[in-house]
Ligand binder design. Structure first.
Ligand code: MN
Length: 228
């Protein structure tokens, strides 16, 4: 059977050290997963159960790409995050088995229309308009776990125009990678190609047109994105 319209393109990310592509299925994001960031957003960083939201695979922007300043907002924030790329999925995955599902890791930016997210929070509405807009999920190349291992400790930071704005360590994750995968797999059926943005350290802030954002996770990689 022929398609009645042209099927959408498969979103992909390059894999470091190869000429191969990692195909993207879904994008999950963890909210408030560093205590210092929970505090700066006005929340108690006690270990409440993790919560999640999603972005759409076609909102990815590759390393070196442009982030066009979005419409309907005057307060767009950066959030640098360690991203987990799943090579296997499943339901109700045990913490002890969770790392077996990981294909690799990357550095991503969870771009946020903070003003629209703030209104949604206040009114108890969904977060999509603040979180899942066009180009809202920049992500760098994927570092395959088979070559580089599972990072558990390493500086995570973000520079804007060469000035460091966010600075933390992935050892500060409230819910670590196996816990996050296990918990998420109880809520959704995870699949190969899923990305999980694992949350951001403190220091989130606004960008303007012309800014250059550079996010880095020590031992994982980096991403540079131009605000246009
Ligand atoms: Mn985030």
């Amino acid at each position: 059977m022929a398609y009645v319209i042209i099927p959408p393109l498969q979103s992909t990310l390059p894999v470091r050290g190869t000429d191969e592509l990692f195909p993207i299925h879904r994008i999950y994001c963890v909210g408030r997963n560093y205590a210092a960031h929970a505090r700066e957003m006005g929340h108690d960083p006690d270990r409440e159960p993790p919560f999640f939201f999603q972005k759409n695979p076609d909102t990815l922007v590759p390393d070196g790409g442009n982030f066009p300043y979005p419409d309907k907002t005057e307060d767009v924030h950066f959030e640098v995050e360690l991203v987990v790329a799943l090579g296997q999925g499943g339901k109700d995955i045990a913490e002890a088995d969770a790392l077996d599902c990981v294909y690799g890791y990357a550095v991503g930016l969870d771009m946020t229309r903070r003003d629209l997210q703030g209104v949604a929070k206040k009114l108890g509405r969904p977060w999509e308009i603040g979180k899942a807009f066009e180009n809202s999920a920049p992500c760098g190349e994927i570092m395959p776990e088979r070559e580089f291992g599972h990072p558990t400790d390493g500086r995570i930071w973000l520079d804007v125009n060469g000035e460091t704005r966010q600075d933390g360590n992935i050892n500060q994750l409230i819910w670590n990678i196996p816990e996050t995968i296990s918990y998420l797999s109880g809520l959704f059926t995870l699949a190969p190609g899923d990305l999980i943005y694992t949350g951001t350290p403190s220091g989130v802030g606004a960008i303007v047109k012309g800014d250059v954002m550079k996010g880095t996770v020590e031992g994982v990689g980096e991403i540079t994105i131009n605000v246009t």
